[in-house]
Design a protein around this ligand. Structure first.
Ligand SMILES: Cc1cc2nc3c(=O)[nH]c(=O)nc-3n(C[C@H](O)[C@H](O)[C@H](O)COP(=O)(O)OP(=O)(O)OC[C@H]3O[C@@H](n4cnc5c(N)ncnc54)[C@H](O)[C@@H]3O)c2cc1C
Length: 495
C-alpha cells in the first residue's frame, strides 16, 4: 500500500499498518519527515523548529505514537504553567491536592492577573461545562456557535475573556474567539482542565522536532516497506474512472492496492481530478475549509535573559516564550523542577541557576497564534515589536545583545476551527475504492493538532484494514476522567 505525505498523519498511518505486517511505501515531497511539526537547519547551521510544538496530557494518541516510534523519552512534561502580565503580576496554573475538577482551585484563587469578578464568572462557566459533562446542548445549534458567543451567554467579564479564555484558546486552537466553534473551545477545557487532573500537563520536545521521527523509517522498513523522500506526487492515474496509481516527476508511476493521501487539504484539492470530486461529494468542498496563521520568532541573545522553561504573556502580541536553551538540556529528565520557586512553593534551589551559569548565550522562541495582524508586517517590524515586549517582560533582556533573529510566518498553519467547519471535513474513508484520507483536517473530532493528525492516521489505517477483512484497532481512548468527575459521571450513567 502507498502513503502520500510524511507528516504526523501519514507517519501514524504508515507505522500502524507496518505494525500490522503491511508493506508500506511512504512518499514525502520534502527531504525530511514531520510535515508542519518538523525542524530544519538554517543556512548558518542553526537547528530551528517550524515553530514550537507542544502536546498535552490529554493527547493520548500522540503519546501512543511517540511510544511506538521510540520518541516518548524525548518529550519533557511540565505540571506548572506560568503567566505574566504587563504590570508584572504573575499567575500560575498547577494541580494542587484537591481532586478533579477542583485541582486548580488553589492556584486559580491566587492567580494575580485576574480580579475576583473575573474568577467568579470563569467558575460559573466551568460549572456549566461540568454540569453537561463537557457537552452543553447549545453547542449543537445548527451551524454551531462561536466561542465568543458562548462566553457572552455565560456572562463572562471582559477581563475573563481577554486574560483567560482568549489566552488559552487562541494558543490551543490558532483562531480568534469570534471565529472559533464553541464546541472546540469547550472541549479544550473539558479534556485538558476539568475531567482529569493530568490532562493539562504540557509536553515539550527536548530535541529538535525532526529527531522525534527517527524511529518511523526503521519501523516501516522492518516490515519490508520504504520511506521515499523528495518524491512529490504530481497527479493521480485513473483507469475506467477508478484510482489506479500515482504519478511522480519524469513520468514515473507507482501503483498499489490501497492509497492513503495524508497531505494538506489545499494540496489534495489541487491533485484530485474533477471526476473523483463528483464521485464523492465529500471531496468537493475541501476549499471551504479555511486556514489561519501562526508566526514564530526566534531570538538568540548573548546572555541568559530568562530562567523558566516557558512563559505565557498576557495583554501582549507575544503569547508564549520558550526557553529553548533550557528545554534542550538533559533531554532525558523531566524539568518540572526548573521553574523558579515562587514564595508559595518552597522548592529546593533549582537547576536553572546551574544552567544559567553554564550558558553564556540563550535561544528563545516566541509564538504568536492567529497572527493575522503580522502577515503584512515586515521581518524588521515583527522583530522590533517582539523585542520591545520581551524587554518589558524580561528585565534581563534590557541590557542583552540580540545576536540574531529569525521570523517564520506560516500563513496557512492550521485549518481554522470556525463554527460549523466539521461539515466540510471528510471522513478517512471515501467512496472511491482504495482511496483513504488522513490529515488533521479530516473528521477526527479534534482541532488542527498533532493529536488530531495522529488520530486521522490511525483512523485511516483502521478503515483500510477493515476493508481488507483483517480489522485491527489503533485509536486510543481519551484520558479517563478522575476524581469527583469520575464518580459523578459513573453515578449519572447508572441513574
Ligand atoms: C507554526 C505551527 C505551530 C503549531 N503548533 C502546534 C502545537 O503546539 N501543538 C499541536 O498539537 N499542533 C501544532 N500545530 C499543528 C500541527 O503541526 C499539525 O496539526 C500537524 O502537524 C498536521 O499533520 P498532518 O500530517 O496532518 O499534515 P502535515 O504536517 O502538513 O503533513 C503533510 C505532509 O505531506 C507532504 N506533501 C504535501 N503534498 C505532497 C505531495 N504532493 N506529495 C508528497 N508529499 C506531499 C508535506 O510535505 C507534509 O510533509 C502547529 C502547526 C504550525 C504550522
Amino acid at each position: 500500500m502507498i502513503v502520500i505525505g510524511g507528516g504526523l498523519a501519514g507517519l501514524a498511518a504508515g507505522v500502524a499498518l507496518a505494525d500490522s505486517a503491511w508493506r508500506v511505501r511512504l512518499f514525502e515531497q520534502r527531504p525530511f519527515l514531520g510535515g508542519r511539526a518538523t525542524s530544519y537547519v538554517l543556512p548558518d547551521g542553526e537547528h530551528v523548529d517550524n515553530c514550537q510544538h507542544v502536546t498535552l496530557g490529554c493527547c493520548t494518541n500522540l503519546e501512543d505514537f511517540y511510544r511506538r516510534v521510540g520518541a516518548s523519552n524525548k518529550i519533557k512534561f511540565f505540571d506548572r504553567l506560568a503567566f505574566l502580565d504587563p504590570q508584572g503580576r504573575r499567575g500560575e496554573i498547577r494541580a494542587g491536592s484537591l481532586v478533579a475538577p477542583f485541582h486548580f482551585a488553589g492556584s486559580f484563587a491566587s492567580f494575580a492577573p485576574l480580579t475576583w469578578l473575573d474568577k467568579l464568572s470563569i467558575a460559573r462557566a466551568m460549572l456549566n461545562v461540568i454540569q453537561h459533562a463537557g457537552d452543553p446542548p447549545e453547542l449543537h445549534e445548527p451551524g454551531g456557535i462561536s466561542m465568543l458567543e458562548w462566553l457572552r451567554r455565560r456572562g463572562q467579564s471582559q477581563g475573563a475573556i481577554d486574560r483567560f479564555w482568549r489566552v488559552v484558546l487562541v494558543s490551543a486552537l490558532d483562531e480568534e474567539l469570534d471565529r472559533t466553534d464553541a464546541r472546540f473551545g469547550v472541549d479544550v477545557f473539558w479534556k485538558a482542565f476539568l475531567s482529569s487532573s493530568t490532562g493539562y500537563r504540557m509536553g515539550v520536545p527536548a530535541v529538535p522536532l525532526s529527531n522525534l521521527y527517527d524511529g518511523c523509517k526503521a519501523e516501516i522498513e522492518r516490515r519490508g516497506g520504504e520511506v521515499i523522500l523528495r518524491s512529490p506526487v504530481r497527479g493521480l492515474k485513473l483507469e475506467t474512472g477508478q484510482l489506479a496509481g500515482v504519478r511522480f516527476d519524469e513520468n514515473r508511476e507507482e501503483s498499489a492496492d490501497a492509497y492513503i493521501f495524508a497531505i494538506p487539504h489545499i494540496a489534495l484539492a489541487e491533485l484530485l481530478p474533477e471526476s473523483l470530486k463528483q464521485a464523492d461529494p465529500a471531496l468537493a468542498h475541501l476549499d471551504k475549509i479555511k486556514t489561519s496563521p501562526i508566526t514564530g520568532v526566534h531570538f538568540w541573545f548573548d546572555r541568559q535573559v530568562m530562567d523558566e522553561p516557558f512563559l505565557t504573556l498576557l495583554d501582549a502580541a507575544i503569547q508564549w516564550i520558550f526557553n529553548k536553551t533550557l528545554l534542550y538540556e538533559h533531554p532525558e529528565q523531566s524539568l518540572s523542577s526548573v521553574f523558579p520557586s515562587t514564595p508559595a512553593q518552597d522548592e529546593p534551589k533549582n537547576a536553572s541557576s546551574v544552567s544559567a551559569a553554564r550558558h553564556s548565550s540563550q535561544y528563545l522562541q516566541l509564538v504568536i497564534s492567529a497572527s493575522y495582524d503580522l502577515l503584512q508586517k515586515s521581518r524588521e517590524e515583527i522583530i522590533d515589536l517582539c523585542l520591545a515586549e520581551l524587554k518589558h517582560a524580561l528585565p534581563k533582556a534590557r541590557d542583552a545583545k540580540l545576536l540574531k533573529a529569525t521570523v517564520i510566518k506560516e500563513a496557512a498553519a492550521t485549518f481554522s476551527p470556525e463554527p460549523g467547519v466539521d461539515r466540510w471535513r471528510p471522513s478517512q474513508t471515501t467512496k472511491i475504492p482504495g482511496l483513504y484520507l488522513a490529515g488533521d483536517w479530516t473528521q477526527t473530532g479534534w482541532p488542527a493538532t498533532m493529536e488530531g493528525a495522529v488520530r486521522s492516521g490511525y483512523l485511516a489505517a483502521e478503515a483500510l484494514l477493515r476493508a481488507s477483512g483483517a480489522p485491527n484497532a489503533f485509536l486510543q481512548p481519551d484520558l479517563a476522567p478522575d476524581g469527583f468527575i469520575a464518580m459523578w459521571l459513573g453515578n449519572s450513567r447508572v441513574s
